[in-house]
Each structure stands twice: as structure tokens, then as C-alpha cells.
Design a protein around this ligand. Structure first.
Ligand SMILES: [Zn+2]
Length: 1066
């Protein structure tokens, strides 16, 4: 009888480890038997192309012989291989794999169709046949090799800039006999080893696993396959000891997070989808219980277009419920920067795609990898018919641990969505024991809920689930000591929470702020600027096209020869939405991604210009069949409120002789007149196109600007503001006039610290260069005070528009020029800024130290506002040292406040009454060239009496971002200006009786019917009764949601609207 030794845990664990190790004892251990025999390929032929060409096109090329050891490049090139395979007759009846490792990503093509992705990191085998048949020994296989790996072409660490010199070497190309019994035994041994290791010593199940794996190894004679069966039985006995009923259930979903662009360009993503999803489809064929959740309609659309056979399989498995569309959005967008309308369009285009292609709408919003989540998301989700949300990124927060994994998330209007963070803190699990244990140990809502989600599969660069992951989950699905596992869809998971005891769940109100990656509000400024511009431009284009359609229809009694350019607008919106992907808009991609992004933006800008041009001409031409050669300047207001402001005209546009040239007051004011242009104060109703001559304000003298200069100080005054500046252009005093009391206000600017002070900070993060600005940067504040040109009056100045100019040296490499502008009647001082920027890890901000005593600062967000602390009381407050806001931020105390407006910036910070706007960063990775060069942008400071709502800050910021347009059009015939029906072309399209509610969008309906969609938005944060009036006559009025699904019918255009609420009406 054998002597039974005392079992030492560490040595036993290591014994098991070595038994299946790919590194140790590989000549005799179990893993050495995984591929029992190997054979060379009959031939390998190769054809190189620079572009990503199709197989059919490649086959027209000349394939030449190549061999293992050969290196291929350059980076991003494509290499096609033709492999001739002859399986030895002796391998009949057995499973044979093709083993391929080109140090890169690759796609296997068989009989002209893509069948499975490969990559050197996680998948180097393709099952050529599960069972060799005598008649099928000869195979031709094509491989499409992409000269990049899963994480692009970076070197050393994945967030390093591209290494464009690297090549990719063919390391392995052979066939091998695969032993599935050995494969299964390896998984048994590994899983038992992991249970023994990961469960604590106090848990007897750990020791049961330890003794079981030890017994298995004793049983196996690796050379003798007849010993395998008993070992498998030993493992099975262990795995079949089941859990009790109370055990936590993990809902496991296969997933492949594919970044739509990141360390690779959009075009490579299209191939990543094919590589990843083909692998997943092969697994589905083999494992009918396996479910895979997949987001981003854009990626589906690419695969539909480029890979018909993969698309056919996807459709088949969507029908079986295995391939599960989730998320409902066009792409997984950034969660901070897109505006409200763009967020709605993400859902509109995403859900419409899934509905059209698969007959389903997603029930959850899916955004596992975005850098913080707007407080308006619950409302936007609800507005788009979605009530559930999944992410995990908040687990990355540096300072504070978020207190929940399953909870209700409440938005600014009170909308609530059921929210889950997979407690394993990852969307790329491998089905390992330690991940399952982390999932249950980490889960913060024990007692309130007893289930959690578990997303498994390789991600970021894609590739998705592997067979071994399914093997582990199958072994552990009901194994005592570990959570229960269900392979399921996200719908099944959320439905289970809803069925549990949902009233026990806690509620989180406001934004889900990620305490990391807050440099992404600023990095790649040009992309952010284009994003703001294109968001507004697309909405203007839709409005003007709708107005053209309406006008034409009214002229033609209902029928129109003008076709609303829906297909073109859809295509342009999709380009914008694509660029809002969570590594593009945040600026965290490699340089080549931004080349594509900027080209897409340019296409939006030029196409919108042409659509607007056509729409305005149709709008006007519709009034008359006569075509006049005499053009007249017209003013176009695309905003939903009346405006009064100064515009700049060329002399050609001038509606009257140049204004009387008045001498400016002040010592330096030697300029009396304009050069080539003139400025004129105008007013115009909401949503209106009107002859400029009817918009000019007759007596402009009251609101005009005066200038006084004394010593170092320059004072500009109009009827609303008095601003004092020093010779560096810094604001030393700022007052606003109260027309009710006829007094100047309190001082807005801290007397010790001037405003409009530029600051340079050191900006060296710990790891994620483009993403992160760390709290310690605040300790390196350096004011920029070196003048190149001290403040002087610009030649462009006149009493309607005074412009001062200043230039400052930022460093020996960087400098800035600024025009400080006050215009007649304007409630704000405007700063038009041009910066030449060549820094390395520096952060440029501009500072406004105010006199405001306030606990909170208010920030413009998607379609509303959010209050955040103006102090660092707690770790939660101080971790928000850099936050995201949109067009304005405001510090107010009772009766008085100061707002800062901008036309393309998103980073702010506020503490102790000092408001800072983040301007430029200079990270070097993953894009070495990020933000280098010349930048132009504008911001403004607006002191105000009363609250920001009463003072019109929201309207001012919208106008600031959307200048009035002046266009030359044929003059209008009188009968159309005042037609009998009352629908005069000069009249506003829509008006609302309260400034509290703004029209967010006017567009034609998605379904192509003659229906106008009008989206209203309560902007002040209070209840109100709003009445919409229009020059149009409607036959029906309905309330609809963001997907334009009708909810109920209204008789009147009057609604009670709750705070922050969005309402759509067709
Ligand atoms: Zn991502």
C-alpha cells in the first residue's frame, strides 16, 4: 500500500500549474500532447498590397512563394497568402487545425468567404476540419494578413505613439492533429487549480479542489490516452457538486469591445469587426447556448456592406437569440461632450437600424468604456424608449469608490433608469475563477440584488470570446463554492433584476463622474471645435430645409417640387455621430484617426453650406416665379428666439450708406472709420429670414461703445457693460448696468486678481497621456504676463464695434494674439483668440476670478444644466477639479452673477469663485502631434443682474455659437410678405410665449411623411405652461419621443412642461 504524504498547498498548486504549463516541462507535460503531430504546408504563396483590397481583387495579383521567418510590412499594409494544405491520410477521422502566427491580425478565407479571425496574441489556430475525410485531404486556404496587431502598431506600451518602422514576421504556418481530450483535461486541471488557489484557506472547497486536481494528475499517464477518461470523471465529480439556491447568479454574455477607431483607423475597424465576429459565429454554430452581446449600429452597417456572408450568419443568429444587438446607439459615443440633439440622434439612427435590419429595438443603453456620463443621460434614454443602462468605466475612478453596482440612476429632470456596472470591473473577462470571485466579492448591492453581469471575450481591439472561456463557464455553471452562471442576454439579466425586488435598490442622482481621463474635455481642440460647429450646422441645415419645404408646399397648395434632402442629412449626421466615438471626440486616438475625422467634418461643413444655399433659394424662390437679377442682403436667424446684436457687413451687403463716421473718444482713438467692412446693430425674430434693411435698428447711438484710455487702463462702455483692462488685456473691473435701478452693478472681478489671465500649468499625467490631467497640475500655476504687443485699439474699431488687440509670449515656442471686443448693446465682452502652440505636456487655461460668493457653479450640459461644487470640501468634490461643460458656465449669488461663454471648449474648473476655462493641452501619446500648431477660438465674459436664467445667458451662449447669417437673395414680392393667409415669409416659423422653453430642433419626420418634428426643451429648471405659435396651420398635433414614436394627440399647441423636460411634437 502506497504511503499518503501530507499535501502541501503550494507545491500541489505548482505541480498542477507545471502539468499544463506552456513554458515548463513542455516535452513531457499534458500540454505537450495538445497537438500530437504536426505537418508542414505544401506551399505558401504571398501577394502584398498597400491598400485594404478584397480577396477577389487580390486574386488578380501575382502570388509568389514565401516561407516561415519572412518579415512583412510596412505597417498598415495588407498581405494576402495562398496556402496549399495536404493532410496526411493517416490523420483520417481526427480534428486538424491550421496553426498560423504572423505576429499580427489576420483573417482566414475558405472558398472565397471569410471564416475566422486570427491574431498572434490570442488566437493562432483555425480548425480546418473537425473530422478528416479521405476524400478531403487537399485544401486551399487564403489568409488576409493586416500589418498591425490587436492594439495597433504601438511599441513597448500600448499607449505609446505609433512605431511606423516595425515589421511583422511569419512565425508559424503548419497543420497539426488536435487532441480534444487533452484540451478538455487542460481546462479541468486549470479550473481546479484556480479554485484551490483563489478560494481562501478557510474554505474547505479550496482543499477539495486541491486534492481533486492532485488525484487527476496521479491518474494521467500523458502518453497513454486510455488513462484520460478516469481523470475526466474525477474532475466531473467535483464540478457536479452543485450550489444551494441562495447563490448569487452571474449572467455571462460574450462580448467583443471593438473601439470604432483608436490605435487604428476606421478602415481597420471594419476588418476588426469581420475578424472578431466571424470567430463568434463559429462558436455559435458549436454552442447553441452561447450568447454574444454586440453594440454600435455603425459596425453592423459596415459588415453588412463589406462582408455579405458574415452578415447572413449574423442575421441567422440574431433570429436564434444568440447574436444580441445591444445599446441602441449608432456608436458608443463620448458621454460628456456631444450635445443633447446629437445624443438623441445616436439612438434615433441606432435603433432605426436595428429595427429595420432585425425587427428589434434595444432595451438598454450600452456604454461600458466611456469617460464619464452626463447627468442628462437618463432623460435622453427615456426620451428614446430605453430604461436600462450598463457601463463599468466608473471602476477606474482614482479617488472614490462608487457605492453601487446595481441602482437607479436619476437624471436632471427626474427620469430614472435601472443601471448596472458589472462588478468584475471589466468588459473582457476570460471566464476565470478569480474573475467570478471578484464579481461576487466586489458587488456593492448584496442583499438588494442577487445577480450581476459578466462580459467575457477579448476587447478594445476586438476578437471576443474564445472556446476555452465557454469551457470554463460550462464547468463552473453550478459548482458549489462559486456563483451560479447563466449564459444569457442582457435583456434576461435586466429582466431578472426587475423581477427580484427592485424597490430595494438605491438611487444615484446627477452625473456619473469618472475621476480620471478628465483631460479628454480638452485634448485635440480642433476636433472639439468642429464637433461644436457641425452639431449646430446640421441643426441649422435641417431647420432651413424644413422651412424651404414648408414654404414651397404652401405655395404649391400642399404638393412640393422641393425634396427635403433626408438621405443626405442622414449621411452627414452619421459622419458626425461616428466622430463622437469615445476615443475620437475625446482626442485619445492615434494621429491618422484624426485625418479621417477632420475630413468627415469638412464634408459636413461643405455639404451643409450647399444644402443651406439651396434651401434659402428655394425658400425665397418659392415666393415667386419671377427671377430677379438684383440681389438683396437678407438676415437669417436660425435660433428659436428673437435676437438683437451687431453683425459685420461687407460694403456690398450694406443696406444703406455707411453709418456716419464718428470719432471715437479717448487718447488712442485715432480711427474714425471702417476699412472694408462696417458693423451694424440689427434685430430679427426667431426662425426667420428677413431683408436686412428691415432688421437694422434706426437709432443706434444709445447702445454704442465709448472708449477711454488713461495710463495703463482702457475702459470700454456700452449701455449694458463697463469693462476696464490693463495693458496685458486683463480685465481689472467689470460692471453691468441695471436698467431698472439705473445703476451700475457691484464689481464682478476680484480686485486683487485680474480676469482674462492666461495660465500655463505642467501637465504630466501618470500614465494615460492624452486622457489624464492629474490634480497636482493645479500646484504648477504660472500666469502668462510677457507682452509682445501691449493692448492697442484695432483698426477695425468703430462706435458699434470696438476691438482691442494684445499679444503675449507663452513660452519661447508659443504665443497668442487676442482681440477683445465690445459691441453696441452687447451684454458680454468677447475674446477672439489665436494661439500658436508648440508645447510638451503643458496645459493652457484662462482664469476669471470673480467676487461671487456661491456654493455651486452651474454648467451648460447636453440640453440643460448641472450644478457642481465651487469648493473642495470632500474627496468627491476635490476629485472633480476639472469638469465638462458646454457653451457656458456660471457663478451666481442672489441677484448677480458672472458667466463665461465659449464657442468650442469643454473643460472647466471652478473653486472659491474662480472660474477657469481649459484651452489647450499638449500630450504626446498616442498622438505625438496632438494639438501642435495654430488654434483660433472665442470666449466671452458676461456679468449679469438676476439669475443666469433671467439674464438670458442661455440665449446669449446659443447666439455666441451661431452667428446670424447674411445672404444675398432676390427681393421679395409684396404679396408674399403680407399674403392673405397670414403666413408671411418674413414672419417667424415658430414662437414660444416663454423664454424658459426653447425649440431644440425643427426637422422633417424620419418616416418621410409631410410631418414636421419640433422638439421643445425646458431650459430654466422649472415648471411652465408653454404655448407654441406658428405661421403654419397644422391638421394634427401629436406628442412624440426621440424616436418619433407617437404618444398621444394634442388639440392645442400648449403644454405644461416639467423642469428640464424635453418634448417632441410632430
Ligand atoms: Zn473603448
Amino acid at each position: 500500500m502506497d504511503h499518503v504524504p501530507f499535501k502541501h498547498k503550494r507545491t500541489t498548486l505548482e505541480r498542477a500549474e507545471k502539468f499544463i504549463s506552456p513554458h515548463y516541462f513542455t516535452d513531457i507535460n499534458l500540454r505537450s500532447r495538445l497537438y500530437r503531430e504536426r505537418g508542414a504546408l505544401t506551399s505558401i504563396k504571398h501577394f502584398a498590397v498597400q491598400d485594404r483590397v478584397s480577396l477577389n481583387k487580390a486574386l488578380q495579383g501575382h502570388f509568389k512563394k514565401t516561407c516561415i521567418g519572412e518579415a512583412f510590412g510596412p505597417v498598415w499594409s495588407t498581405h494576402w497568402f495562398e496556402l496549399e494544405v495536404t493532410i496526411p491520410a493517416s490523420w483520417q477521422g481526427q480534428e486538424v487545425h491550421l496553426l498560423w502566427d504572423s505576429g499580427s491580425e489576420a483573417l482566414v478565407w475558405v472558398q472565397g468567404q471569410p471564416v475566422q479571425g486570427l491574431n498572434s496574441d490570442s488566437r493562432t489556430s483555425y480548425p480546418l476540419t473537425r473530422k478528416v475525410e479521405a476524400s478531403k485531404l487537399h485544401h486551399i486556404v487564403h489568409i488576409e494578413m493586416a500589418c498591425n496587431h490587436l492594439f495597433g502598431i504601438g511599441n513597448l506600451a500600448l499607449v505609446k505613439p505609433e512605431d511606423d518602422q516595425r515589421t511583422f514576421t511569419l512565425k508559424q504556418a503548419e497543420i497539426a492533429l488536435f487532441d480534444r481530450d487533452v484540451y478538455n483535461l487542460i481546462l479541468d486541471v486549470e479550473t481546479l487549480h484556480d479554485i484551490a488557489k483563489e478560494l481562501p484557506d478557510c474554505n474547505q472547497r479550496s482543499y477539495q479542489a486541491l486534492y481533486t486536481v492532485n488525484e487527476m494528475i496521479n491518474q494521467i499517464e500523458v502518453q497513454d490516452r486510455s488513462t484520460y477518461k478516469r481523470a475526466q470523471e474525477i474532475a466531473q465529480e467535483f464540478f457536479q457538486q452543485t450550489n444551494g439556491e441562495s447563490q448569487h447568479t452571474v449572467y455571462a454574455m460574450g462580448h467583443a469591445h471593438i473601439d470604432t477607431a483608436w490605435l487604428w483607423p476606421y478602415d481597420e475597424t471594419k476588418r476588426k469587426c469581420a475578424r472578431s465576429w466571424s470567430c463568434t459565429l463559429r462558436l455559435m454554430e458549436k454552442y447553441p447556448d452561447f450568447t454574444f452581446v454586440c453594440s454600435q449600429a455603425q459596425q453592423y452597417a459596415w459588415v453588412k456592406q463589406l462582408y455579405p456572408s458574415i452578415w447572413e450568419d449574423i442575421c441567422k443568429f440574431v433570429r436564434t437569440g444568440q447574436f444580441v444587438p445591444v445599446g441602441g446607439t449608432w456608436v458608443e459615443m463620448d458621454g460628456n461632450i456631444p450635445n443633447g440633439e446629437a445624443c438623441i440622434r445616436q439612438f434615433l439612427y441606432g435603433q432605426n437600424f436595428f429595427q429595420k435590419e432585425f425587427g428589434v429595438k434595444c432595451k438598454e443603453f450600452w456604454l461600458p468604456d466611456t469617460f464619464g456620463y452626463s447627468a442628462q443621460f437618463p432623460q435622453i434614454m427615456r426620451h428614446c424608449g430605453v430604461s436600462r443602462f450598463l457601463t463599468q468605466k466608473l471602476s477606474w475612478s482614482l479617488v472614490n469608490k462608487f457605492p453601487h453596482h446595481t441602482f437607479y440612476w436619476e437624471g436632471i429632470d427626474g427620469s430614472v433608469v435601472l443601471t448596472h456596472f458589472p462588478p468584475g470591473d471589466s468588459y473582457e473577462m476570460k471566464g476565470k475563477v478569480q474573475e467570478l470571485l471578484k464579481t461576487i466579492h466586489n458587488f456593492k448591492d448584496k442583499g438588494r440584488s442577487n445577480c450581476s453581469a459578466f462580459l467575457f471575450g477579448y476587447g478594445d481591439g476586438g476578437h471576443g470570446p474564445r472556446e476555452d472561456m465557454l469551457g470554463r463557464l460550462e464547468r463552473l455553471k453550478d459548482c458549489d463554492g462559486l456563483p451560479k452562471i447563466k449564459l444569457a442576454s442582457s435583456d434576461a439579466f435586466f429582466s431578472n433584476i426587475e423581477a427580484e425586488r427592485p424597490n430595494r435598490l438605491c438611487r444615484w442622482r446627477g452625473e456619473l463622474y469618472l475621476e480620471l481621463h478628465n483631460g479628454t474635455y480638452t485634448t485635440w481642440a480642433k476636433v472639439k471645435k468642429y464637433n461644436r460647429q457641425c452639431e449646430i450646422l446640421l441643426q441649422e441645415t435641417e431647420l432651413l430645409c424644413t422651412m424651404a419645404w414648408v414654404q414651397r408646399s404652401m405655395q404649391k397648395s400642399g404638393s412640393t417640387d422641393y425634396h427635403y434632402p433626408k438621405a443626405k442629412l442622414d449621411a452627414l449626421w452619421k459622419l458626425l455621430l461616428l466622430n463622437q466615438f469615445h476615443d475620437v471626440l475625446p482626442g485619445s486616438s492615434i494621429n491618422m484617426v484624426f485625418h479621417d475625422a477632420i475630413n468627415f467634418y469638412k464634408e459636413i461643413v461643405s455639404s451643409c453650406a450647399s444644402l443651406i444655399n439651396t434651401a434659402l433659394r428655394i425658400y425665397h424662390g418659392a415666393c415667386t416665379e419671377r427671377h430677379s437679377p438684383d440681389l438683396e442682403p437678407f438676415l437669417v436667424n436660425t435660433q428659436p428666439f428673437a435676437r438683437r446684436e451687431v453683425i459685420k457687413l461687407s460694403h456690398l451687403d450694406s443696406p444703406r450708406p455707411s453709418p456716419k463716421r464718428r470719432k471715437l473718444a479717448g487718447a488712442d482713438a485715432s480711427l474714425e472709420e471702417d476699412n472694408d467692412a462696417t458693423h451694424v446693430e440689427v434685430q430679427i425674430p426667431s426662425y426667420c429670414v428677413k431683408p436686412l434693411s428691415e432688421c437694422t435698428i434706426p437709432d443706434q447711438s444709445k447702445s454704442q461703445v465709448t472708449i477711454e484710455r488713461e495710463d495703463d487702463q482702457t475702459v470700454l462702455t456700452n449701455d449694458k457693460l463697463k469693462v476696464t483692462m490693463d495693458s496685458l488685456g486683463r480685465v481689472t473691473s467689470l460692471l453691468c448696468y441695471d436698467a431698472v435701478t439705473n445703476r451700475w452693478s457691484q464689481e464682478a472681478i476680484d480686485s486683487v486678481h485680474p480676469a482674462n489671465q492666461f495660465l500655463l500649468y505642467d501637465d504630466v499625467p501618470l500614465y494615460w497621456d492624452a486622457w489624464d490631467v492629474m490634480d497636482y497640475h493645479l500646484e504648477t500655476r504660472k500666469p502668462i504676463v510677457t507682452p509682445i504687443q501691449r493692448l492697442r485699439v484695432d483698426e477695425d474699431s468703430n462706435p458699434t464695434h470696438v476691438s482691442l488687440e494684445v499679444s503675449l509670449q507663452i513660452s519661447d515656442k508659443s504665443y497668442l494674439q487676442q482681440k477683445i471686443i465690445l459691441e453696441a448693446g452687447s451684454p458680454f465682452v468677447r475674446f477672439d483668440t489665436e494661439i500658436t502652440w508648440h508645447e510638451n505636456r503643458k496645459f493652457l487655461k484662462v482664469e476669471f476670478p470673480t467676487t461671487i460668493h456661491a456654493t455651486e457653479c452651474t454648467y451648460d450640459i447636453q440640453s440643460g444644466f448641472l450644478r457642481r461644487p465651487n469648493h473642495f470640501n470632500t474627496s468627491w468634490d476635490s476629485a472633480r477639479f476639472e469638469v465638462c461643460g458646454h457653451k457656458w458656465a456660471d457663478l451666481s449669488e442672489h441677484g448677480f452673477g458672472v458667466s463665461v461663454l465659449n464657442n468650442c471648449k469643454y473643460g472647466y474648473s471652478a473653486v472659491d469663485g474662480i472660474l477657469r476655462l481649459s484651452l489647450l493641452r499638449s500630450p504626446k501619446s498616442p498622438d505625438f502631434k496632438a494639438d501642435m500648431g495654430v488654434h483660433t477660438f472665442s470666449y466671452a465674459v458676461m456679468p449679469h443682474n438676476g439669475s443666469f436664467q433671467e439674464a438670458g445667458v442661455i440665449q446669449a451662449a446659443n447666439s455666441f455659437n451661431c452667428p446670424l447669417r447674411v445672404v444675398d437673395l432676390p427681393p421679395l414680392p409684396t404679396d408674399l410678405i403680407e399674403p392673405k393667409e397670414g403666413a408671411g415669409i418674413n414672419k417667424s416659423l415658430f414662437e414660444i410665449n416663454t423664454s424658459q422653453v426653447l425649440v431644440q430642433t425643427v426637422k422633417m419626420a424620419e418616416d418621410g411623411s409631410p410631418t414636421i418634428i419640433v422638439r421643445l426643451n425646458e431650459t430654466f429648471g422649472g415648471s411652465v405652461v408653454a404655448t407654441l405659435t406658428s405661421k403654419l396651420k397644422f391638421t394634427d398635433v401629436h406628442v412624440c419621443d426621440g424616436l418619433e414614436d407617437l404618444h398621444n394627440e394634442d388639440k392645442e399647441l400648449e403644454w405644461h412642461i416639467r423642469p428640464h423636460y424635453s418634448k417632441g411634437t410632430p
